[in-house]
Design a protein around this ligand. Structure first.
Ligand SMILES: C[S@@+](CC[C@H](N)C(=O)[O-])C[C@H]1O[C@@H](n2cnc3c(N)ncnc32)[C@H](O)[C@@H]1O
Ligand code: SF4
Ligand code: SF4
Length: 357
């Protein structure tokens, strides 16, 4: 058994999104185009009933609940207000964060959310905005600046607790001080920067002289496009001790399609277009043909108490743990762990570079 009382719960409320951020795991790059990830169902949405069911499992009183996901934006869920209300009613002392590009839904929805996530509470919306009017769309492709500003201003003016998150890219470093001033003027409670988790050159080649270089295909690639899985599995992994963030941090991640994973690294890896990476997680989670970790087939409590977790634990404690665990939780490797677990980040490039969680 791994779980007894959840400390950090990540909810991918939706796998849908209006933006085409070039290195988001929602997409794959192929032949100059940005295609939909062929391994993810990009139109899944969690329900308020599923959330209520999840929150029946024991949690810490001040459990961290992060509405974040790996391939979608929580504001793409049309029941977002009901869902946030269900969370606040079930866990009034939780630390709740909702990460969004800020442009989905409308000011009416943001005004309703402001009531549920007011300044002074432990609940907030994190607006992922990595540029100003002239640069945000370089990475957040297709996101309209005026919509972000309307939604954020309404949320703030109605008393909402707003934070501005700025991922640092080469094209936005010169604007950070201006952005801080604008954030203060608009009434954001905080402004913070984080490093780009993907190698900079992967982002830079999409924007040349301020112009996007890629075509947004809005469909998965096919073999007719010349697309195939040509990645090979790493062979020279060190035999490292795993410090399991799932077990030690009582951390669990639920995907928009209802599948429960121990962490965002494994959840995103199971969407990976490369077969070896999916197989790696498949072995860890023993998914096979069974639906043991699917909320569409069982209650969350039944899933959390399933003996299958003993197999997951046996895998990461073995002398041949899965690659995702080696890179995500291997002692001394500390590569791109989720922010809330608080391990040190490294600039080293790894298979987890594009997982964004
Ligand atoms: C995949 S997004 C999903 C949530 C939402 N759609 C958003 O973008 O905020 C999860 C987190 O990854 C962050 N993110 C997106 N691209 C990133 C990058 N290249 N490097 C680091 N973090 C990134 C987002 O800002 C967000 O906090
Ligand atoms: S990073 Fe967030 S906003 Fe950008 S495409 Fe991915 S889910 Fe959408
Ligand atoms: S990478 Fe492995 S050990 Fe780390 S949190 Fe995920 S499942 Fe647990």
């Amino acid at each position: 058994m791994i779980y007894h009382q959840i400390k950090t719960l990540e909810l991918e409320l939706s796998s849908s999104c209006n933006s085409a951020c070039p290195v988001c795991p929602r997409y794959v790059e192929h032949d100059g185009g940005i295609y939909d990830n062929p391994m993810a169902d990009l139109n899944q949405h969690m329900t308020a009933e599923q959330i209520a069911n999840i929150l029946e499992f024991p949690t810490y009183r001040d459990v961290n609940i992060d509405c974040i996901g790996t391939v979608g934006d929580p504001m793409a869920n049309k029941n977002i207000v009901d869902i946030i209300r269900a969370i606040v009613e079930a866990k009034p002392w939780c630390k709740l964060q909702l990460h969004t590009n800020g442009s989905l839904r409308n000011t009416k929805v943001f005004a309703q959310l402001a009531e549920l996530m007011p300044v002074g509470s432990q609940r907030k919306i994190v607006f992922s905005v990595d540029g100003l009017r002239d640069t945000n769309h370089f990475y957040r492709v297709g996101v309209a600046w005026d919509r972000i500003m309307d939604n954020a201003s309404t949320f703030i003016s109605q008393g909402g607790n707003a934070s501005w998150k700025w991922v640092k890219f080469n094209h936005n470093l010169h604007q950070i001080e201006d952005a801080k001033r604008i954030a203060r003027r608009l009434g954001f409670q905080s402004f913070y920067t984080t490093n780009n988790q993907s190698p900079d050159e992967l982002v830079d080649r999409h924007i040349v002289d301020g112009k996007p270089q890629h075509r947004i295909m809005r469909r998965p690639p096919t073999s007719a496009d010349g697309y195939e899985d040509d990645e090979t599995a790493p062979t020279d992994l060190p035999n490292v001790k795993i410090l399991p963030q799932c077990e030690q941090g009582q951390y669990v991640h639920v995907r928009a399609d209802g599948l429960v994973f121990p962490c965002c690294m494994t959840a995103a890896q199971a969407y990976n277009p490369s077969k070896w990476a999916r197989d790696d997680v498949e072995v860890l989670m023993q998914m096979g043909n069974s639906n043991w970790n699917s909320l569409k087939h069982r209650s969350f409590t039944d899933i959390m108490y399933d003996p299958q977790w003993a197999q997951v634990k046996a895998n990461y404690e073995s002398n041949k743990p899965c690659v995702t665990c080696v890179e995500g939780c291997g002692e001394d490797m500390a590569i791109n762990p989720p922010d809330h677990i608080g391990k040190l980040k490294s600039s080293k490039s790894s298979i987890l570079d594009s997982l964004l969680c």
